[in-house]
Design a protein around this ligand. Structure first.
Ligand code: ZN
Length: 239
């Protein structure tokens, strides 16, 4: 079970790693800590915690779908998704931590119960993509790994597995290639990773550590300097 550079086993491992980072991020937060801003504009850490917990609940709906064939979408509506995030502002630190922990555990247990055949069943994501259930661990890995960093409590992209960062860059480059934006030549010489992103103008050469390039491509940093010492071109929002 592979998709490009990542395997199903990789994705489950990364989901586990990211979940651990996520639980570490919320472990030490008190009420004031959850009220503080996250790295994401307009979201407190409470909003972010609620979003990640609601994401696990939503993925559990897809696990149920894969297991039973009963069509249970991630979110009943966009309003339901927004309500889940807003709820975070009103919850206590203890409630948020328990929700994050219990939802992550329920999702993992749900995965453990799926048979090989059920993993192949198709489900529809919140973005409307039809995918086999084997895609769910990657979707979760992306959420927990990146949002663990977004809490701003210490974890950075450099703490994420290199394989995860490579698969993430693969995906973001593919997505960005389909939208307007600057042409980029991206190189991470230490790992040999390289991407050529087609786009407007002559391609700017952006070279750096793999984690710096991943943070740049996902809109989490302004990025490493280009080869001629100028700032990397600004990128539009991702996701
Ligand atoms: Zn998210």
């Amino acid at each position: 079970m592979t998709d490009g550079t990542r395997t199903f086993a990789d994705a489950r491992e990364w989901a586990r790693t990211g979940t651990k980072l996520l639980l570490d991020a919320v472990a030490g937060l008190d009420e004031a800590g959850f009220c503080a801003p996250s790295v994401l504009p307009e979201w407190t850490r409470g909003h972010l915690a609620a979003h990640v917990a609601a994401n696990a609940d939503a993925l559990c709906n897809l696990v149920h779908w894969a297991a039973t064939g009963e069509e249970t979408p991630m979110y009943a509506s966009p309003e339901e998704r927004a309500a889940g995030i807003a709820k975070g502002a009103a919850m206590s630190a203890e409630e948020l931590r328990s929700w994050v922990t219990a939802s992550a555990q329920a999702l993992d247990e749900g995965w453990d119960r799926l048979t090989d055949e059920q993993w192949q069943h198709e489900v529809v994501t919140a973005q409307g993509r039809t995918v086999p259930a084997t895609e769910l661990p990657w979707m979760r890995a992306r959420e927990v790994c990146i949002h663990a960093v977004d809490f701003g409590t210490g974890a950075g992209f450099a703490d994420l597995p290199a394989g995860f960062l490579t698969a993430l860059c693969d995906e973001v480059v593919t997505k960005r290639a389909a939208a307007p934006g600057p042409a980029l030549t991206l190189r991470a010489p230490a790992t040999g990773a390289a991407w050529d992103l087609p786009g407007d103008g002559e391609a700017a050469l952006v070279t750096g550590e793999l984690h710096d390039i991943a943070a740049y491509l996902t809109g989490r940093s302004a990025g490493p300097l280009t080869a001629d010492g100028t700032p990397a071109p600004a990128l539009g929002a991702w996701l």
